[in-house]
Design a protein around this ligand. Structure first.
Ligand SMILES: [Zn+2]
Length: 68
């Protein structure tokens, strides 16, 4: 076998050039790795953008009840 391979930028494993995708930096990546990477970045960005929402949301359930 003399197929051309390169290294996946995300997972560091070998990847065939004929199935390699290219990320925004022009690096070869597995399609799966590219998708995972996108999801990860999206999740990370959302977490940093709305820290207050994530913390404040559960509080409404746990409000002390006033009696009397
Ligand atoms: Zn990969």
């Amino acid at each position: 076998m003399d197929r051309d391979t390169t290294t996946c930028f995300v997972c560091g494993k070998a990847i065939l050039l004929e199935i390699a995708k290219t990320n925004e930096c022009g690096r070869a990546v597995h399609e799966e790795c590219y998708v995972l990477r996108m999801k990860l970045e999206k999740a990370t960005t959302a977490g940093h953008m709305f820290p207050d929402t994530a913390v404040a949301a559960p509080r409404s359930i746990d409000r002390p009840r006033r009696t009397g």
